[in-house]
Design a protein around this ligand. Sequence first.
Ligand SMILES: [Zn+2]
Length: 144
Amino acid sequence: MSIAGSGPLAPPPPGFPMPRPSARSEPFWSGCREGRLVLPLCSGCGARALRAFAVCPQCTATALAWEESAGRGTLYSWTVVWRPPHPGFVVPYAPAVVSLDEGWWFLSSVVGCASGDLREGLALQVEFHPASDELTLPYFRPVG
Ligand SMILES: [Zn+2]
């Protein structure tokens, strides 16, 4: 574990546990590599999904569609982690629920500001950081 101290929140350096993409979620990961936030929605009812689903939790349709988000939203909820679950994370970091303008809820982390500057409704914009040769991860930064 390393401690970033009072500097701005930042993505961790390589070595932290990373997500494992599946065939179902590949459009999301491809979008991230291209610097685009491509998110799932239901072809049946249009519900904007938190993740790529096999069955829509709203209408039970199985047809998943993908749509690009502008990557803008507001901070809905967050926590500041000081005791990480893995030594590869740099503390503090701030996992967050972002309310995207198009209606998606998105789980990410806030970067680019001090943890003490986080507040409900903070305007955020997605930015992408390579985490490995294969994976690029989306983070959210406050916008002026
Ligand atoms: Zn549906």
